[in-house]
Design a protein around this ligand. Structure first.
Ligand code: CAA
Ligand code: NAD
Length: 295
């Protein structure tokens, strides 16, 4: 009932064109999902390689669907047309919904959010796909925190159903409503949660990764842990493979945020295997080197 009421309020905020800042694992997936469900989206990055990869990934998924007869050529062309890759800010000016998806670093995110707020119209909604950083903390860099909330997708975006919409202390109900409505239009199920580091899902997932790190430091072999969690326990993938999928760099940044927010419960291990890999530039699937070697 509450969500239906919010969806009503959200009609005031029709999204003509959205923008995602960052075209990495998440930004690329978010752009694809928005485009395929009919909302045009600007995909901005500071690195041409990331834009090329984002588009190539979208094209690969669409071509596979075309080959299987699940979409026709029109749908393929329309979806790709709905994604506008760019390296500059000009294209952001006529967007009215922003999803920030750059690196998990509060300072970088704060600067990116403040910059985009200065470019867009006053009623533009700005959201962050942060995994762990408090929305109240990020809101401090903004002049209009009422227009800001968390919009947390899961990886891989086209396949994961859930989106957490995180309500900061100053977030307006209209902002929550419009964000829930957009997630729904993207074919996702939104849940609205209050703010704290890690929100809902990552307060479950990161203690799980921390437990995995403890096991490794106690002498367990990562491949054995994965084998048991996958084959015997029945999860789609074990923690080592999941960390490679998430990105070990991102997981390490998230662990730092959680350790700072929950110093007694989420203390970072000395020689945490995730940090050791990160410090040796093993970032997981994204750079082919992680717990596993990827092609
Ligand atoms: N994008 C789009 N399509 C994809 C894809 C991707 N990345 N990966 C696979 N697909 C397609 C496949 O090609 C396949 O298509 P067809 O049906 O046409 O053959 C289809 O999707 C199903 O693929 P699979 O059979 O390989 O996979 P599955 O259905 O068995 O499971 C999964 C896929 C649901 C993603 C499963 O692997 C899974 O649950 N993995 C764990 C994911 C997870 O836990 N994510 C959370 C990470 S943490 C996070 O996101 C939060 C954070 O803040 C860090
Ligand atoms: P990624 O490293 O794959 O991509 C980040 C992208 O941001 C890179 O392409 C980089 O060039 C770009 N970037 C950096 N600074 C920028 C700027 N100023 N403007 C525009 N682009 C910029 O990272 P990711 O995995 O896509 O994660 C992005 C965000 O999403 C993080 O906050 C992360 O915590 C969150 N997240 C990640 C996952 C996951 O499983 N990887 C899941 C949910 C949420």
């Amino acid at each position: 009932k509450g969500l239906a009421k919010k969806a009503g309020k959200a009609n005031k905020h029709e999204i003509k064109k959205a923008a995602v800042l960052g075209a990495g694992i998440m930004g690329g997936g978010i752009a694809f999902q928005s485009a395929s469900k009919g909302t045009p989206i600007v995909m901005k990055d500071i690195n041409q390689g990331a834009l090329d990869q984002g588009l190539a990934e979208a094209s690969k998924i669409l071509n596979k669907k075309l080959k299987k007869g699940r979409i026709d050529g029109n749908k393929l062309a329309q979806t790709l047309n709905n994604i506008e890759p760019t390296l500059n800010n000009e294209a952001l000016k006529d967007t009215n919904f922003i999803i920030e998806a750059v690196v998990e670093n509060p300072k970088v995110k704060g600067a990116v959010l403040a910059e985009v707020e200065g470019l867009v119209s006053e009623d533009t909604i700005i959201t962050s796909n942060t995994s762990t950083i408090s929305i109240n903390k990020l809101a401090e860099s903004l002049k209009r925190p009422e227009n800001f909330c968390g919009m947390h997708f899961f990886n891989p975006v086209p396949l994961m159903q859930l989106v957490e919409v995180i309500r900061g202390e100053k977030t307006s109900e209209e902002t929550v409503a419009a964000t829930v409505a957009y997630a729904t239009k993207m074919g996702k199920t939104a849940i609205v949660v209050n703010d704290c580091a890690g929100f809902f899902v990552n307060r479950v997932l990161f203690p799980y990764f921390a437990g995995f790190s403890l096991l490794l430091n106690d002498g367990a072999k990562f491949a054995n842990v994965d084998k048991v969690m996958e084959r015997e326990f029945g999860w789609p993938m074990g923690p080592a493979m999941l960390l490679d999928v998430v990105g070990i760099d991102t997981a390490d940044h998230c662990t730092d945020v959680m350790a700072e927010a929950f110093p007694t419960r989420m203390q970072k291990l000395e020689n945490d295997p995730i940090s050791v890999l990160y410090n040796n530039e093993f970032y997981g699937q994204k750079n082919t080197k992680g717990f596993y070697q990827h092609s």
